[in-house]
Write a protein that binds this ligand. Structure first.
Ligand SMILES: NC(=O)c1ccc[n+]([C@@H]2O[C@H](COP(=O)([O-])OP(=O)(O)OC[C@H]3O[C@@H](n4cnc5c(N)ncnc54)[C@H](O)[C@@H]3O)[C@@H](O)[C@H]2O)c1
Length: 249
């Protein structure tokens, strides 16, 4: 039996209002964690916070733009003022925009890199001095990092490949006190991929041995495992949650 007990541990979660982020928030909060819910969509993050804890003692929702270094500072400061320290950081905010590379503008390329990659750097850099020994960082990569992205998403695939390099490099730098791992989801049924599923759902389904798309909860279970002591000897790894869509290393 896996012990996911995160009683009184403090988590910073970005992209908290999203399909996967909200499932992670619910799972970690159920496991006893106090959670900072950071998202561009502060209205949804606040609704989620109220649904988790109407008194607001164990959750804090905060508006946040991932590409802004000063917003990362503000999230970390708010977390420290409210909860005193950090145990886990889960930078899940990302965008997935459609644009073939040949006609991609500089701004489109930079926007994906700024949110998906710079944003992870900013929030981790600011958090690290406050993460208690035994804590962890769990990044959200993608099967796109391992096998390339779907067509029209080279910038997304590149940013997620960067997340893998970031995760493994930082795992070495922060060992032995802080573990750093990635989760690489396959096709998870969330708002992010609705257009992809509408256009190419049958193709992605037929390539998925388990014969269905994943849920945010199935990703959240693995994130909770990587935060918990049950994964105490795992660092620098990417765990795949993809129904067998990708079986490489
Ligand atoms: N859904 C999938 O199939 C899938 C597959 C692989 C990886 N992922 C990754 O999982 C993570 C969560 O994705 P999801 O499917 O829940 O997507 P989602 O679109 O449902 O959620 C993304 C969240 O990030 C927030 N966000 C977007 N831009 C932001 C910004 N600039 N600043 C702050 N917040 C911002 C959005 O408001 C939203 O709440 C992402 O890192 C994504 O790349 C998803």
């Amino acid at each position: 039996m896996i012990d996911n007990n995160l009683q009184n541990q403090v988590v910073i979660l970005t992209g908290a209002a999203g399909g996967i982020g909200s499932a992670i928030a619910r799972k970690l909060h159920r496991s006893g964690a106090r959670v900072v819910l950071a998202d561009f969509n502060v209205e949804s993050a606040s609704k989620l916070a109220s649904s988790l804890d109407p008194q607001g003692d164990t959750v804090l929702a905060i508006g946040y733009e991932a590409s802004s270094s000063s917003d990362a500072d503000a999230v970390v400061s708010a977390c420290i003022s409210r909860f005193g320290h950090i145990d886990h950081v889960i930078p899940a905010a990302a965008i997935y925009e459609d644009q073939p590379l040949a006609t991609m503008t500089d701004e489109q390329w930079r926007r994906t890199m700024a949110i998906n990659l710079d944003g992870v750097f900013f929030i981790c850099r600011q958090s690290i001095p406050h993460i208690r020994s035994g804590g962890s960082i769990v990044t959200i990569a993608s099967s796109a990092a391992h096998e390339g992205s779907s067509s029209g998403h080279v910038h997304y695939g590149t940013s997620k490949g960067g997340i893998l390099g970031f995760t493994k490099s930082l795992a070495r730098e922060l060992a032995p006190n802080i573990r750093v791992n990635a989760v690489s989801p396959g096709t998870i049924d969330t708002p992010m991929v609705q257009e992809l599923l509408r256009q190419e759902g049958d193709k992605w389904l037929s390539g998925t041995p388990l014969g269905r798309f994943g849920s945010g909860e199935e990703v959240a279970n693995v994130v909770a495992f990587l935060c918990s002591d049950a994964s105490s000897y795992i660092t620098g790894s990417a765990l795949h949650v993809n129904g067998g869509l990708y079986m490489g290393g």
